[in-house]
Design a protein around this ligand. Structure first.
Ligand SMILES: *Cc1c(COP(=O)(O)O)cnc(C)c1O
Length: 326
């Protein structure tokens, strides 16, 4: 890799076997706890942000602007990291109605971010332009903001999961286990992209399954392929990439981004009550529900040892607590 990073996350994150799910499904399921990367910065985004903030500091920016949904884990982790580094932050949040101050949005406020809003329509069509506009307004006031795209899913950010795959390989040696299949939730594609590139770069021949939490597999294959291409400039040798072997399962996205079906919440309850594992309703809950159903249907018989990457999202659980039935 041609770029370096800051050290912000607690790494390496542990890998533990899932007792209940392994027995229940008759598979060997391990979980990599990227929900343990920190508290304020918890989850997968901080691995990407370690590379992004290195660039931000080296290039002399004094703040960052990023964007996401109202309960975005990425925005919260970005704001926390920026504040801890003495940088300013602005988050452009997608809102349909006046938001309740709770969960990640509460933390954005607590960590001192400047909050801006856009409609779902503006978010879809022009979020990057809106962030650029904010950056240019700020530059007139002497501020120098770096714009981080949604989910930090771009070339630099994807290096965080390139490195995470190398971490997994070291842990395989320590644990004496080979993980044949890696499973991860996919929301903006950067996590999948980093894993994919390292898999190719090091010729690991692992199967990587991304469970989409919104949109469809065609959309993500295109997104991920685009991020892969951006990332190539940070690698020091040629990597043979293709769209053909990007595997996205879009059967479990349910009724839309950050929206929950009762069966998904029941599943989160089941896993919490059987093995004290907290899944979040937006990402890991859907991805693990997908893995569970695919295994039940007999579709993971050839998957070997499976490693599910728990990408975090805990703070998104609390704003949903009223939707759970006990
Ligand atoms: C953002 C996020 C993901 C998805 O990662 P992408 O790189 O955006 O695909 C998965 N889980 C959680 C908890 C997240 O916050």
């Amino acid at each position: 890799m041609k770029i370096t990073k800051l050290r912000l996350a607690n790494l390496p994150t542990p890998i533990k076997k899932s007792r209940f799910l392994s027995t229940e499904l008759g598979i060997n399921l391990y979980i990599k706890r990227d929900d343990y990367t920190g508290i304020e910065i918890s989850g997968n985004k901080i691995r990407k942000l370690e590379y992004v903030f290195k660039k931000v500091l080296d290039s002399g920016f004094n703040g960052v602007i990023t964007t996401g949904g109202i309960q975005s884990n990425h925005c919260r982790a970005t704001v926390a990291a920026a504040t801890s580094l003495g940088l300013k932050s602005i988050v452009l949040l997608k809102v349909a109605e006046a938001p309740k101050i709770e969960g990640n949005f509460f933390l954005d406020n607590l960590f001192g971010a400047q909050i801006r809003y856009c409609t779902p329509e503006e978010y879809r069509t022009s979020r990057n332009q809106l962030m650029q506009d904010i950056a240019s307004q700020e530059s007139k006031m002497g501020n120098n903001y770096f714009v981080i795209p949604e989910g930090a899913s771009f070339g630099i950010g994807s290096m965080g999961y390139f490195e995470a795959m190398e971490e997994i390989v070291r842990q395989e040696e320590e644990l004496g286990i080979t993980f044949d299949t890696i499973v991860v939730a996919t929301g903006s594609g950067g996590t999948y992209s980093g894993l994919y590139l390292a898999n190719k770069y090091h010729k690991l021949n692992k199967r990587i399954i991304g469970f989409a939490v919104c949109d469809d597999s065609e959309y993500f294959v295109k997104q991920i392929d685009g991020i892969n291409r951006e990332s190539l400039e940070y690698l020091d040798k040629e990597v043979d990439i293709s769209r053909e072997d990007i595997e996205i399962n879009d059967k479990y996205k349910g009724i839309g981004y950050a929206l929950s079906r009762p069966e998904e919440l029941e599943f989160i309850k089941l896993i919490a009550s059987k093995e004290a594992l907290l899944l979040d309703p937006v990402y890991t809950g859907k991805a693990m529900y997908g893995l569970y159903n695919e295994a039940k249907a007999g579709n993971l018989k050839d998957a070997g040892n499976i490693l599910f990457i728990h990408t975090g999202g805990l703070f998104g659980l609390f704003p949903k607590q009223d939707q759970f039935v006990f």
